[in-house]
Design a protein around this ligand. Sequence first.
Ligand code: ADP
Length: 366
Amino acid sequence: MEAQHQVNRKAARGWRFFKSVCGICVLLLLSLASWSAAYFFIRYLLNAFGSRPSDYVGQLFTQLVAFVTSMGIMGTIGVIFRDKRMEVFRPMIDAMKRIAKGDFTVSIPSDERVPGQFGELVESINHMAVELNQMEKMRQEFISNVSHEIQSPLTSIGGFARILQSDELSREERMHYLGIIEKESARLSKLSENLLKLTSLESDHHPFERRRYRLDKQLRSVILACEPQWNDKGIDMDVSLEDVSIEADEDLLSQVWVNLLHNSIKFTPAGGTIGVRLKRNGQQAVVFVTDTGIGIPENDVTHIFERFYKADRSRNRSTGGSGLGLAIVKRIVEMHTGSVAVQSVHGKGTTLTVRLPALPSAVAPK
Ligand code: ADP
């Protein structure tokens, strides 16, 4: 493909050179013709009027008339060719106008009349339209996902608020419905918090303050902070942490561990086990968060880091997530030049592995 492009570019350059040489020849012929015409015309006029001026004056008149004639001819040719040149630009101008109006489906057909460098311009415009079209699709998909995520809690809040207006409800029923409204409001608030966080993280303007600290200590404190949740479900915590230090934004990474642990707790049935392991592997700190939960269906595994993606949607309704947690995890880990991967067996359990650059032991803080 690239070789073909090069051949085309060479041919276009050769063709341009040939046209330039022809252009110069035509200009020379035109000057010659105008000069000759002017010479004979002036001689004819002088003869007609019986005038015999000096050689100098004769030459002067001839030059003047030749100049005016050649200018006239070139001007006419220029106007004709300018219209022709504009014809080449017309599809590009039209395409740009359509793009400016938000129509990104434009595609300028590649035409051999388009000279070399303009051929590249056509390709660039087409490429830009494809990219903009893709971004527009992503924007629409994003709006539809957000609307959908907002719509379902709002519907249930509205429904239960209507039921609560009835006087015939017992105190228990009233408390039950109020509890649901509270839960759905918390879900909406979490959704907007996550959306704001993700947008901020993706904007490149999010505060990012690296400092050196012990990753094992951070993991231990996050596990302890989540104790009420895993304890409530009778989940067994299997923790094994080597002393590893990293240089990172502590708050951002804390969000990573919270999201991973919350997912493991959420998707692991009561009585299951969650393992958190930290190992040094050469220059890397490797964190494994393993659970004996519901696992992820094979087809969904590659998508779970996408925004709003939820595997097993029917099951997910009850867990109340919005599908943003792992997108946030991925973004934060990538900001630290690390990577995150998932391994899962549906029905058996899941392991999320985060790799981050580790500090050499010699410079690690105590
Ligand atoms: P959510 O807020 O829905 O948990 P996430 O982005 O954190 O959003 O996760 C996306 C999806 O990946 C979840 O809806 C779930 O289907 C799946 N998932 C993530 N972690 C686990 C896990 N530990 N076990 C099973 N499924 C998981």
